[in-house]
Design a protein around this ligand. Structure first.
Ligand code: DGY
Length: 326
């Protein structure tokens, strides 16, 4: 069987795929266009794709042989799951292995903003440090403050649990009660508005869906404390970037740490100029260990899926449900 891989992923994943299938890998070090992906999957049985690939209805229906899609990411908002399901194509993702890694990046951003690490680094490098000063580059304390976690799935829970050493008062907003956070931290489930009003640090961990698009808009930013810090390592369009620029420029909030952007990889020019925002190039899962595990998981899902089994991380298991006999 033949597989198309839309971008070079870590070697262990490619090696595992190569043992089982004939591989064609995007030879360029760049994101492919939709047209190039359609061309790439011609005559292929499987597609290994990235979160940057627009796997819409047109792509999914372009190749009649296509039997399996393995995404090298946990978020799959870039894939038209309904269209894949309609065609009986299982789609898999890479959950679990990137949970702690992404939660760690959220904390790295939180501290970077709270203690003005990037700004301080630039200031020092540029030769502006003339000695200790009582009012130099003052930030925000983290310990004993209120932490607000929006969305407490795997990553949100891991992020929340990591606050333990900082003795924080933890609030969370989610449809489900999170027993783990409540038992281990005494966390309280609250409405999104209450979380925004009361938290000092707010971190977003919901998937991007129609319901979460612009979940944080001008109105929500206005609810936040003037000293609050907003962290987004989930998906860019969950925050209205224009509204965030207004909030940061007008100092409605203290700062923000962003790993994702509304129109990735583009970001608004204003954002680049602001000192109270720390910007990261979508590297939530970006460690050597985690990216290698993600490659192996994507390969394992592809191998099992194309051999007729249920891929362990299938996100549309309904494709395997037997049709009722009439
Ligand atoms: C994912 O896998 O969805 C993450 O955004 C990667 O950083």
């Amino acid at each position: 069987m033949k597989i198309f891989v839309t971008r070079k992923i870590p070697k262990p994943g490619l090696d595992a795929l190569q043992k089982e299938f004939t591989l064609e890998v995007n030879p360029f070090d760049r994101v492919l266009s939709k047209e190039e992906i359609i061309e790439g999957i011609k005559g292929k049985d499987g597609l290994v794709c990235l979160l940057t690939d627009p796997i819409d209805k047109e792509v999914i229906n372009a190749e009649p042989h296509l039997k399996m899609i393995a995404s090298y990411a946990v978020g799959y908002d870039n894939i038209d799951i309904a269209a894949a399901t309609k065609r009986g194509i299982p789609v898999s993702n890479t959950p679990g292995v990137l949970t702690e890694t992404t939660a760690e990046l959220a904390w790295a951003l939180l501290f970077s903003v709270a203690r003005r690490i990037v700004e301080g680094d630039m200031f020092t490098r540029e030769g502006n440090f003339k000695g200790w000063a009582p009012m130099l580059m003052l930030g925000q304390d983290v310990s004993h403050k209120t932490l607000g976690v929006i969305g407490t799935g795997r990553i949100g829970t891991a992020f929340g649990l990591k606050s333990k050493g900082f003795h924080m008062n933890v609030l969370y907003a989610d449809e489900q009660k999170n027993e783990q956070l409540e038992k281990q931290l005494g966390a309280k489930k609250v409405s999104l508005s209450k979380l925004l009003i009361e938290s000092d640090f707010i971190s977003i961990h919901v998937p991007l869906t129609k319901a979460t698009h612009h979940l944080i808009d001008e109105k929500q930013l206005h609810l936040m404390k003037k000293t609050a810090v907003l962290i987004n390592t989930a998906r860019g369009p969950i925050v209205n970037e224009k509204a965030l620029v207004k909030a940061l420029t007008g100092q409605w909030i203290f700062g923000a740490g962003l790993d994702v952007y509304e129109n990735e990889p583009e970001l608004s020019e204003e954002l680049k100029k602001l000192k109270n925002v720390v910007l990261q190039p979508h590297t939530g899962s970006g460690t050597i260990e985690t990216r290698t595990k993600m490659a192996l998981i994507a390969a394992e899902n592809m191998i099992i899926g194309l051999k007729g089994g249920i891929p362990p991380n299938c996100v549309n298991e309904e494709v395997f449900q037997k049709k009722p006999t009439t």
